[in-house]
Design a protein. Structure first.
Length: 311
C-alpha cells in the first residue's frame, strides 16, 4: 500500500485502517498466547508435566446436563404431586356427593312411603264416611270412577308389555376396557316413549305405566340431560311400558299403527331395542293424585240444584 502524496496530511481513518490490517491479532491476546507458549516450553525443558486444567472447566458440560436433568425431575415431581393432590380432592368431592345423593334418596324414599301410608289412611277414612249415607255412596262411586280415569287408583288386568332400550355398544368400541359407550342415535329419547304411549292410548289402552310410574292426564315425559323423567321421577333403560286392555285387540292395533313402524325403524337404523309381548296379568300402581283446588258440600238430593241467595 502506498503512502499519501508528499505534502498531503494523512487522515485519521486511513491510519486506523492501516493499523487494523497490519495487526490482525489483539496485542493483549498475543501477549497472553506468547506467555502460555513460554510456560509450556519451560515445562517441557524441565521435564515437568503440564499444569492440569481446573476441574470445573473440564466438567462444565456434564455439570450443565446434570443440573438440567435435576431441574426437570424436580418440576416433574412437583407437577405429579399437584396432579395427585387435585385428583384426590376431586375423588373426595365425588364421594361426598355420592353419599349426599344416597342420603337424600333414602330420605325421599322414606317420605314417599309415609305419603303413601297417609294417603291410604285418608282414603279409608273418606270411604268410611261416605258409605254411611246414600248420597255419600253415590259420591263415592263417582269419585272412584274419576280416580280411575285420573290414574290415581291401582289397576290389574290383561294387556301388553313393550320394551324400549338403548342400542347395545358396538363390539369394537373398546375391546380392551370393555367400554359401554353407545352412539347418541342409539339412545332412547323422551320422544320415543311419548310415541309409544300415544300409540297405546290410540289403540285402546285403559291404563299405562313406564317402569312402575303410572301415566295420568297430567303426567309429563321429559328429557333432563341424559336422564328421562316420568312424572318428575327418573327412569332408566330398558324402559318397560305396560298397558292394560284387551291384550289381543290392543296388540293388533298397536302393531299396525304408524308409531310402531317408526319405533321398528329405530331398531333397524340405529339398533334401538324394541319388543312387545302380550300378558294376561299386569299390575299397575297408582299415580300421583292432583292437588285439591275446589270442593263443594254434598246435598241430600244431588239431582237438584242448591238454593241461591235469591230464593
Amino acid at each position: 500500500m502506498s503512502g499519501p502524496p508528499p505534502g498531503q496530511q494523512r487522515s485519521l481513518g486511513a491510519s486506523l485502517l492501516d493499523q487494523v490490517l497490519a495487526e490482525t491479532v489483539d496485542p493483549a491476546y498475543r501477549q497472553a498466547a506468547e506467555a502460555r507458549a513460554a510456560r509450556r516450553a519451560r515445562a517441557a525443558a524441565s521435564g515437568e508435566p503440564p499444569a492440569p486444567r481446573p476441574w470445573l472447566r473440564r466438567n462444565r458440560g456434564q455439570l450443565l446436563v446434570a443440573l438440567t436433568l435435576l431441574l426437570t425431575g424436580l418440576l416433574a415431581a412437583i407437577t405429579y404431586r399437584e396432579a395427585a393432590a387435585g385428583a384426590q380432592g376431586r375423588e373426595q368431592a365425588r364421594e361426598a356427593l355420592r353419599e349426599d345423593v344416597v342420603e337424600e334418596t333414602d330420605a325421599n324414599a322414606a317420605l314417599v312411603t309415609q305419603l303413601e301410608e297417609l294417603t291410604a289412611e285418608v282414603a279409608g277414612t273418606r270411604e268410611d264416611a261416605l258409605a254411611r249415607s246414600v248420597v255419600g255412596q253415590r259420591a263415592l262411586e263417582q269419585l272412584t270412577a274419576a280416580e280411575l280415569g285420573a290414574a290415581v287408583q291401582p289397576v290389574s288386568g290383561p294387556g301388553i308389555r313393550i320394551t324400549l332400550g338403548n342400542a347395545p355398544p358396538a363390539a369394537d368400541s373398546d375391546p380392551v376396557g370393555g367400554s359401554d359407550q353407545v352412539a347418541l342415535a342409539g339412545i332412547v329419547q323422551d320422544g320415543d316413549l311419548q310415541l309409544a304411549v300415544n300409540a297405546l292410548w290410540a289403540s285402546g289402552a285403559e291404563a299405562i305405566s313406564i317402569n312402575g310410574q303410572r301415566i295420568g292426564a297430567t303426567t309429563a315425559i321429559r328429557q333432563a340431560g341424559d336422564a328421562i323423567l316420568v312424572d318428575f321421577r327418573p327412569v332408566l333403560s330398558p324402559y318397560e311400558i305396560e298397558a292394560i286392555g284387551d291384550s289381543e285387540d290392543l296388540a293388533r292395533r298397536f302393531v299396525t299403527s304408524p308409531e310402531a313402524d317408526a319405533l321398528a325403524g329405530l331398531t333397524k337404523n340405529f339398533g334401538v331395542v324394541f319388543d312387545y309381548a302380550r300378558s294376561d296379568d299386569l299390575d299397575l300402581p297408582a299415580g300421583t293424585s292432583a292437588e285439591l283446588g275446589h270442593a263443594a258440600p254434598l246435598t241430600e238430593d244431588p239431582t237438584t240444584d242448591p238454593p241461591t241467595d235469591g230464593g
